[in-house]
Design a protein around this ligand. Sequence first.
Ligand SMILES: Cc1cc2nc3c(=O)[nH]c(=O)nc-3n(C[C@H](O)[C@H](O)[C@H](O)COP(=O)(O)OP(=O)(O)OC[C@H]3O[C@@H](n4cnc5c(N)ncnc54)[C@H](O)[C@@H]3O)c2cc1C
Length: 341
Amino acid sequence: MTRGAKVTVAGAGALGLSCALALADAGCAVTLCDPDPEASASAVAAGMIAPVFEAVLDAAAAPAFDLLLAARDQWPGLEARAGVRLDRSGAMAVGDAAWLAGVSAGLVRLGLHGIDLPRRTATELAPGLSTAFDHATLVREDWRLEPRPALAALRAAAESAGVQTRREAIQDVGDADWLVVATGAAQGLAPELAELTPIKGQIVRYAELRGAGVSVRAEGCYAVPAADGLAIGATMEPGLADTAPDLEALAPMLAAGARLFPSLEDASFGLSAGVRAASPDGLPMAGFSAAPKVILATGARRNGWLLAPLMAQVVAACVTGRDAGPYVARLDPRRFEKGSG
Ligand SMILES: Cc1cc2nc3c(=O)[nH]c(=O)nc-3n(C[C@H](O)[C@H](O)[C@H](O)COP(=O)(O)OP(=O)(O)OC[C@H]3O[C@@H](n4cnc5c(N)ncnc54)[C@H](O)[C@@H]3O)c2cc1C
């Protein structure tokens, strides 16, 4: 084990902070650098820790259910370590009968059963929900956190574990023993980053409808009762790496949100956007780069918060030489090299 290794972590989003904390806890001397952490995708995310509905509703996530669930199971440890607060009240799918039947079939494929709720219970769990829906399906396995307080808690825990933080962009490994690249959709610090596709995501928040109830998953959007307002998200705009508002791209999602919560129809909202990073197989990259002394923690697509503790564990194991667990091969950044696999 390389105890006391000098490690630079580039990027202070969910992944960089989680890696920095795990590395400091493993005895490394860690410097965490980010020129603009407020602009991270992690800060604008909805904060769902949602292995079940992600695997049911997103075709790219379906084959990774075991991995997503294992990542979720790492969260209580990080909650205890860093004081990140998890909301475990669950998530509810709401839609017409045909769509809900598809959701139920997806749950059965995962070996799960949702709890079928009548309209009255659904509207109690999600105040303001439209009464046009007769049924809903609740799962307790999906959780949630508040991204900005979670980032602050991770940063505070990392700093009190000895992590030095700097507001600067990293260009190369420098004099570190290892460089951990957790730069989200940014390019440049490792050859494998060229495999990543940016996916712009726009999300809106209705400040007047403040957090109560469970998260809601529906056709065309999700609704998260966040502390700073009901969040309706999120667009998936592959190939776009900008964060400019685009009301045309947003319109179907806003309409879906207003179908769920009719009072949103004319309500004013705040808009934010972030850029996710997706690898060709939809799984993240966590492990050694082909570049010397470089370790990657990126490509988490739309599940970076969910995956953060598991990826941090793999990254820390790369540095310390400890067992990195059963997912190393599936997360290996070099799996896209020509001739591999
Ligand atoms: C609208 C939206 C909603 C989402 N909702 C969820 C959700 O509910 N649940 C979930 O799990 N995931 C969600 N995601 C996905 C999640 O936000 C991302 O997967 C996650 O934030 C990725 O974290 P990261 O640390 O890899 O990257 P980021 O959070 O993007 O952080 C990368 C950081 O690297 C910094 N950086 C770039 N280049 C350099 C450099 N050279 N040197 C130093 N620093 C650098 C940047 O400034 C940035 O702060 C959502 C994403 C979006 C856009």
